[in-house]
Design a protein around this ligand. Sequence first.
Ligand SMILES: [Zn+2]
Length: 349
Amino acid sequence: MQHSIAPALNQFITQMPKVELHLHLEGSIRPATLLAIARRNHIELPARDEAGVIQLFQYRNFSDFLTVFTVLARALICGEDFEQIAYELGHHLADQHLLYAEVMISPSQYYNRGLDLDEIVQGAAAGFAQAQAERGVHINLVFDYGRQFGLEDAWHLLDIAIHNMPHSVVGWSIGGDEANFPPELYTQVFDAAQRAGLQTAAHAGEVVGPASIWSAVDLLKAKRIGHGIRSIDDPALIQHLIKQNVVLDVCPSSNLYTGVTNPLTKHPFRQLLNAGVGMTLNTDDPVFFHTTLTDEYRLAAHTFGCDAEELANLVLNAAHAAFLPLNEKRALVNHIERRIEMLRCALDV
Ligand SMILES: [Zn+2]
């Protein structure tokens, strides 16, 4: 059911302070920037202009999406490329009043091509730091390991993530081919990540059912689940998520474009919210899925009927679930609470 958005609520959505936790760097590159970088690096892309890049963002299914993701990531080679895309993303997020974000990079895309991941991570961190200096938005990095690349590489890449903790790397996650590579393969890798002080998340329950979420929570001890929407099929799992304080990082437009839930009216967002599961709202790959975080909040209002209170809670859930030290997290939560209260008073929403 579609709900129209009252002008004051619309204004609230535009101006509210925001936090995003499920966002892939490679899916956030402006088509014009991607083309410029590919040209600079002499990499042939299957598109000549912006319209051609946008044309690639038509997927028949999730594996189509993974293929496009890999093809486009090939344009990126050196620290300078990552500094540029990170800087632009920082500004894009600041334009939407984001105060904090965690951005995933897919390390195998670069490691498999023999690129220098330290240079890549430190380039991205420099771009984010520059955006923070200019606009105030704070951005950290999470390694999102493509589970189809196997255990051996995972151990190497975890080492790289750990020694880049001084360069904004705060988390470890798995993504990629959920259907053929269950979470339990990576139990020991997650144990080691946690022992080293990285916080952990896992893509689960996006294209595969509740079993993958059970494993991500119980075996990997992931504190956040990317998507996790299939938990709606298992009431015991819903109760388990609530009890374990595990949060679902939900990305409705992504689910629409990868064909996971089409049409969006079939999305379990409202049922999950009503069931009391902790949820955050995210874009996943905003350029690939033709969206922004502000658009996702609008969508939550008009497609899932969220009011100002529910929207504010989604932001606060994200602040609480951030991979930040406790003192920084408290400061972020307090800041958001104050600004949201002032905005709600001013707009009467
Ligand atoms: Zn994702």
